[in-house]
Design a protein around this ligand. Structure first.
Ligand code: PXP
Length: 240
């Protein structure tokens, strides 16, 4: 069974635009689960541009809600995440000037640091994932790092599909990586830039077990409402 994780960062973006308390990400976390999401994803960024420490603490403290906390490898954030103790962690790269996460982690450069962080999370029984680009060498490195899961950055594929350009090569690259990862015992997830069309396409890769989707879900909900949008994604995931 494939799962849907809903990223609610942009509920916090909307709240922060006013500097007040509405819309509330904690309420959103409960709601997306009640509408059928399998888990909630939040990204506690170093600059706290959307989700803040209080949101993260409250959301990770929710009973019966699986929370996937995305964080960078920054020492302060890692220590904070260990204290908050979410169900899942996804380690992502962060670059101060980026608008969103632009690519996967540089595993080769950060191997030592990642290895020690992964060990600390695994000791606390937190399922840990690495956000990586679709390349074979990073799959082998992920195995060496003994991580539970990888999340493949699907931004490139999404951009090609949306621009109506040839995407087959990138799709096959993702498929090959997903197959190898599963063969090596690593659970495969996918995320970034996913809309209905790209998710439908990626569902053809049976090794992908989880999709983490944010911007499109929140944006589309302005027109259709969260319940309808989540239901539509669940249907796509279920029917493939
Ligand atoms: N997965 C990860 C690891 C991310 O960092 C993000 C946000 O950049 C997403 C999924 C969701 O991406 P989007 O908001 O484009 O759906």
């Amino acid at each position: 069974m494939k799962r849907l994780g809903v990223n609610i960062d942009h509920i916090a973006t909307l709240r922060n635009a006013r500097g007040e308390i509405h819309p509330d990400p904690l309420y959103a976390a409960k709601k997306v689960i009640s509408y059928g999401a399998d888990s909630v994803t939040i990204h506690l960024r170093e600059d706290r541009r959307h989700i803040n420490d209080i949101d993260a603490k409250k959301i990770c403290g929710l009973k019966n809600v699986l929370v996937n906390l995305e964080i960078s490898t920054n020492k302060e954030i890692v220590n904070k995440a260990l204290k908050i103790k979410p169900t899942f962690i996804c380690l992502v790269p962060e670059n101060r000037k980026e608008v969103t996460t632009e690519g996967g982690l540089n595993l080769k450069r950060s191997e030592k640091k990642l290895s020690s962080i992964i060990k600390r999370f695994k000791q606390k029984n937190i399922r840990t994932s690495l956000f990586i680009d679709a390349n074979i060498s990073d799959i082998y490195l992920s195995k060496k790092l003994d991580v539970n899961c990888i999340e493949i950055h699907t931004g490139k594929l999404a951009n090609l599909v949306k621009a109506k350009k040839k995407y087959q090569k990138e799709f096959l690259r993702i498929k090959k990586c997903a197959r190898l990862a599963e063969k090596l015992g690593i659970e495969v997830h996918a995320g970034h830039g996913l809309d209905y069309k790209v998710t439908n396409l990626l569902c053809k890769i049976k090794e992908i077990r989880e999709f983490n989707i944010g911007h499109f879900i929140i944006g589309e909900s302005v027109f259709d409402g969260l319940p309808k949008v989540i239901k539509k994604f669940k249907k796509i995931i279920k029917n493939n």
